[in-house]
Structure formats: structure tokens, C-alpha cells
Design a protein. Structure first.
Lengths: 324, 318
């Protein structure tokens, strides 16, 4: 069993390296002459994209995994109950409060810190109360999440309606990044450091989560400070989702697919091996998907395809019956 | 009874306000003096708009009520479980295959796909092994998301993104004479729905039980789905998507009147109309002389009410 898993990991890693190599080099085919400068620039752009995809992939996997443990539910991810719509709403609010020409907005860093801070506050306030109330009532949690999503997007639409066109353009350019149109200004200076630090902190908490998955009472009797760890991890998740939404936009179903596939393969509840599998799968899906879409020049975005596959997979899982 | 008369008074008052409120000034004095321009304005713009609002409101609340009854779940409505999304898919495919933008064509395609979508949802619902009230809307949401993804995939492929973006926004703004008459289609399914209300109420109790009472379960289920699909498709094609009406209105009514839908269906219709009229008047006044799409206003008002409902339920559950 152990050997089989190791083999899968090795296959995944080699596939990943293969696709990263292909992604970095395919564009060179068919170009007759190229200057060193052009080559370096091309490689730099692609490598920063790859880095972003790797970090985002790991983030999506880890947040989904931890969130599922905290809510004790296998079919939830932070985005399903509206974490990423909170980010878009807070972006819009920031633009509206300070006006689009203010230095706070033109400075990508200040703007990012402000809206991410706002989002962490809002989502922490909302979801910690809901999570506590809905501990034994996932239905409640889910419904609140669904309603929140509609509420946030309606509020955002409303604010968009009443702001003038210039402001609106600023907001859409800030809130509509995608995998092909990444927000690279903040990539190296803010996004990556924050994500690495928070990811490290979360990985350190994984050992508690191994206990918490047994249920609140068991975890408490085994000496885990349940409420504290839950709140802490919710803040981590809010930060990570806001960074990754600012970077590449919303990826609703990615974590859902990869976490569940890893669970199917591993048939274990330990978080560390699950995390390794999930992260590898997520990154592979992002890089390979992006590469294949560019290769075959499919005129669509990867997010649409991920949503399509993810939704069908989820329905299949529900029909088959949840084993947990 | 007292509540119902309050509702009726509210309904009449809001209808009058809806006829009067707008950018061009209409005064009661002018109407009495038979001012030609004012009467022209009322008959070509305000009356069609108000009729559209009332028809859409009645249709949405009734379809929500029927769907909630036949699936025996309080948390579903046509826009939650993917029927509306299916109508959208049908519309896009219709535009793609025939390039025809005529309203009747759109309605036909939207209707066919809405029926298919409704059937698909019920089929998935039936095959889920373990039943839980909460998973039903979740399954519907996922189903809707899948269809939505197909729509955006097609839209990207054939450069239809703009069409898709614009058809989804529910608004009564453009509903003037010559532009709204197709919505009268919903009157037929609404009447059929009312005729079968008792049967719908019975099949909520389950397949065996309804057979005991002499009801053809499959047939009634099918009638319910077709009624819901036709209403949602027509409203989607003519007005656009208006969230929460189908979900919130039947729930609020059943808070006060209970679940015997034979008795409550009239109140549902009345309350739904008051609700949508109110939201539309707010949409018209908030950034006067401009307007906000009613789907946005409804999204905010409906969400807040629904959150209140959920919290109330959780509170009592303890």
C-alpha cells in the first residue's frame, strides 16, 4: 500500500515537471531567431506564472482540506459559502469609499492590504458566528453561505451601478483577474511572502486537525483548544483566499475536486499525506489545464472547465453516497 | 382574514404608486382633467410595466410554491435548482442554432430546456441514496453551476458572452407596450397550477401514500414540473432572472398561515405581488432619475429576509 502511494506521488511529480517543462518551452518552437533579452523576458513571464499557479494550487488544496475538517463536511470549500465574493465586495467598497483617483488605489500594495484586511474582518465576523451556531447543522451553514453569495454579488452589482464609469473600470480591473491575466505586480512582493508564511503556519496546525476530525468532544478531551484553533484557521483561510482571489480570481471547485480525489486514493484521514496529494493534484490540474488550453487554442477559460468537471464530479459523489 | 385585508390594501396602494412613480411627472389632477400626454404615458408605459410586475410576481411565487410542495423541501425554488439556468441554456442554444432573436423562438427553446432541466434535477434527487433536506438545494446549486458552466463554455466558443451577460439581468425598465405581451403566456400554467394545488399537496406525502389516496404520483409530478418550467422559462425570457421571490415568499407565508397550500396559495400570490411591487418601486426611486435592475434590489432584500428566516429557524431548533 505504502509503495503504491509512493509510486503515485512519483508519477504525479514527474507529470508536473513534464508539463512545467512543456509550458516553459513550447512557445520557442517555430521561432527562427530570438535575442537573449527576449528569451529572458519570455522565460521570466512564464516562470512567474508557474510560481503563481504552484502557490495558488497549494493554497486551494490546503484551504479546502482544512475547511472540510473544520466544518466536518466533505463537500464544502470556502468558496462555496462565499469567501471569495466577500473579497470582491470589499474591493468594491474600498474603491467607493476612497474614490478611484486616491493614492490608496493607485498604489497596488496599500489597496491590497486594505481590502484584504477588510475581507478578513468581514469574513471572520460572519463565518465565526455562523460556524459556531451551525456546528451541528451544516445545512444552516450552507444555506447562509449560498444566500451570502447572492447578497454579496447583488451588493457589488448595486455599488457598480451607482459609481461612475471610470471608477467602475478601476474596480473591474482590480476584481477580475484570471489565470491568463494575473495580477503580477503584487506577485513577488506581497502575495508570495504572505502565502508562504500563512501556509507554513497552517501546516504547523495540521497535527491538531488530525485530532479535531474526530469531533469536537473527542478533540477537547484529548487536550486540543478547539475554538482557538478553529478561529485561527478561519483567519488563515480568509487571508489565503483573499490573496489568491486577488492574484488569479475565483476558483470555486478546484480544491473540492482535488481533496476528494486524494481521499479516494489514500483512504485515510491524516492531513499531511492528504495535503501532499491534494497540492500535487491541484498544481498539476492548473498547469496542465492551462498548457493544454493554450496548445489546442480552446477558446475558453480554465475556470469554466474546472467548474464543469467539478460540478459533475460532485453530483456523482452525492448520488453514489457519501461514506463519511 | 385581517392580515389578508391588510395585504389587499397594500397591494392596491402599491399598484397605484407603481402607476404614478417614474421620471415623467404624472399627477392625479392631470389624470382627472384628462391630460392626453399623461394618459398616453400611463397606457403605453406604466400599465404594461405594472402588469408585467404582477404577472412575474404571481408566476414566480406560484412556481416556487409548487416546486417546494412537490419536492417536499422548503429551500428550493426554480432559480436554486437549475431550472432557470436550463432556460438560459436553451435560449443560448436557440440563438446559436437559428440566429433567431424572436421572442417566441426564445421562449420555445427556453421552455424545452427548462423542462429537461427540471426532469434532470428530479432524477438526480431520486437517485441520491441518503435523504437530507439540506443536500437538496446543494445538489440543485451544483446542477445549476454545471449548466452555467456549459452556458459559459458555449458563449466563449461562439462569442456570445455579451448576449449571455445581458439576458440574465432581471429588469422591468424596458417593459412597454409591444414588449411584454408574451408574458401573458404564464396565465395558463398558473391556472393549471391552481387546479392541481390539492394534488400537489398530496404527493408531498410520498409515492405510496398518494397512491393510497388515488393520486397518480408520476403524472402529477410531471404536471407540476411542466407548469414550473413553463412559468420560469417565460419569465426568464421576458423579464430576466429575479432571485429569491420563489424561495422567500412561500416560506414567509407559511410562517403565518401554515402549510395547507390549498388555503394559502392566494396569500402567496398576493404577498408575492406586494413584495415585487415594493422592490421595483425602490429600484426606481433609489438613484432617481436612473434605475437599478430589480434583480439587484431583490437580491439584497431577499437575502436579508432569508437570512432572518434561517436564523429564526436555528433559534427555535435549539
Amino acid at each position: 500500500m505504502q509503495n503504491k502511494q509512493r509510486r503515485i506521488v512519483i508519477i504525479l511529480i514527474s507529470l508536473l515537471i513534464l508539463f512545467i517543462g512543456l509550458y516553459m518551452t513550447t512557445w520557442l518552437i517555430g521561432i527562427d531567431s530570438i535575442t537573449v533579452n527576449q528569451l529572458l523576458r519570455g522565460l521570466y513571464r512564464r516562470s512567474s506564472r508557474i510560481t503563481a499557479m504552484i502557490v495558488v494550487g497549494i493554497t486551494m488544496g490546503l484551504t479546502a482540506l482544512v475547511f472540510q475538517t473544520l466544518t466536518q463536511n466533505r463537500i464544502l470549500t470556502p468558496s462555496v459559502i462565499g469567501f471569495d465574493s466577500t473579497f470582491i465586495l470589499s474591493q468594491t467598497l474600498v474603491v467607493l469609499m476612497f474614490g478611484f483617483s486616491s493614492p490608496i488605489l493607485s498604489n497596488a500594495y496599500l489597496n491590497f492590504i486594505l481590502s484584504a484586511g477588510l475581507m478578513v474582518l468581514v469574513s471572520f465576523f460572519l463565518y465565526s458566528t455562523i460556524l459556531r451556531k451551525g456546528k451541528n447543522n451544516i445545512g444552516l451553514l450552507l444555506l447562509v453561505g449560498l444566500v451570502m453569495r447572492t447578497l454579496m454579488s447583488s451588493l457589488t452589482q448595486f455599488l457598480n451601478r451607482i459609481m461612475d464609469p471610470d471608477t467602475f473600470l478601476t474596480v473591474t480591473s482590480r476584481t477580475m483577474p484570471s489565470l491568463t491575466n494575473m495580477n503580477t505586480t503584487i506577485l513577488w512582493t506581497i502575495a508570495i511572502p504572505i502565502m508562504v508564511v500563512v501556509l507554513y503556519l497552517m501546516v504547523k496546525d495540521l497535527k491538531y486537525l488530525d485530532v479535531m476530525i474526530l469531533g469536537e468532544d473527542q478533540a477537547k478531551s484529548l487536550g486540543v483548544n478547539y475554538v482557538k484553533i478553529t478561529n485561527r484557521n478561519l483567519i488563515y483561510i480568509a487571508i489565503l483566499i483573499s490573496v489568491s482571489t486577488a492574484l488569479v480570481g475565483s476558483l470555486m471547485f478546484l480544491g473540492l475536486i482535488t481533496v476528494n480525489i486524494s481521499r479516494e486514493i489514500l483512504k485515510k484521514s491524516y492531513h499531511k499525506p492528504l495535503l501532499i496529494f491534494t497540492s500535487l493534484l491541484s498544481v498539476l490540474l492548473l498547469v496542465a489545464g492551462q498548457y493544454l488550453i493554450q496548445l489546442f487554442q480552446i477558446n475558453t477559460s480554465l475556470v469554466v472547465i474546472i467548474n464543469l468537471i467539478g460540478g459533475i464530479y460532485l453530483i456523482y459523489m452525492l448520488i453514489k453516497g457519501d461514506k463519511t | 382574514m385581517k392580515r389578508r385585508s391588510i395585504l389587499i390594501i397594500l397591494f392596491i396602494a402599491l399598484t397605484c404608486i407603481s402607476l404614478i412613480v417614474g421620471v415623467s411627472n404624472i399627477t392625479i389632477k392631470g389624470l382627472i382633467e384628462l391630460d392626453k400626454d399623461m394618459w398616453f404615458l400611463i397606457s403605453t408605459s406604466r400599465v404594461p410595466r405594472t402588469i408585467t410586475i404582477i404577472l412575474a410576481a404571481v408566476g414566480l411565487s406560484v412556481s416556487g410554491l409548487i416546486l417546494q410542495t412537490i419536492t417536499n423541501n422548503k429551500f428550493v425554488s426554480p432559480d436554486v435548482v437549475g431550472v432557470t439556468d436550463s432556460a438560459k441554456l436553451g435560449l443560448v442554444i436557440g440563438v446559436l442554432m437559428f440566429g433567431s432573436f424572436s421572442m417566441q423562438f426564445r421562449l420555445l427553446f427556453a421552455f424545452i430546456f427548462a423542462v429537461l432541466g427540471g426532469l434532470g434535477f428530479v432524477f438526480i434527487l431520486k437517485s441520491i441514496k441518503f435523504k437530507n433536506d439540506v443536500y437538496v438545494p446543494l445538489v440543485g446549486l451544483m446542477f445549476g453551476a454545471v449548466i452555467q458552466a456549459i452556458v459559459s463554455f458555449i458563449a466563449y466558443q461562439f462569442n456570445l458572452t455579451q448576449v449571455v451577460e445581458t439576458i440574465g439581468i432581471g429588469s422591468f425598465t424596458t417593459k412597454i407596450q409591444g414588449n411584454y405581451e408574451l408574458l401573458y403566456v404564464v396565465v395558463i400554467p398558473i391556472i393549471i397550477g391552481f387546479i392541481f394545488m390539492v394534488q400537489f399537496n398530496i404527493i408531498r406525502l410520498g409515492e405510496d401514500f398518494s397512491r393510497n389516496l388515488g393520486i397518480n404520483y408520476k403524472k402529477v409530478m410531471m404536471i407540476g414540473l411542466v407548469v414550473v418550467a413553463l412559468i420560469s422559462a417565460a419569465i426568464f425570457v421576458v423579464v430576466g432572472n429575479i432571485p429569491f421571490v420563489g424561495l422567500v415568499v412561500p416560506n414567509l407565508v407559511s410562517l403565518y398561515y401554515g402549510d395547507n397550500i390549498k388555503k394559502t396559495s392566494f396569500d402567496v400570490v398576493l404577498f408575492g405581488s406586494v413584495f415585487v411591487l415594493f422592490a421595483d418601486i425602490i429600484s426606481r426611486l433609489l438613484i432617481y432619475p436612473y434605475e437599478i435592475p430589480v434583480s439587484v434590489t431583490m437580491g439584497i432584500i431577499g437575502a436579508v429576509i432569508f437570512l432572518f428566516l434561517i436564523y429564526r429557524r436555528a433559534h427555535y431548533a435549539k
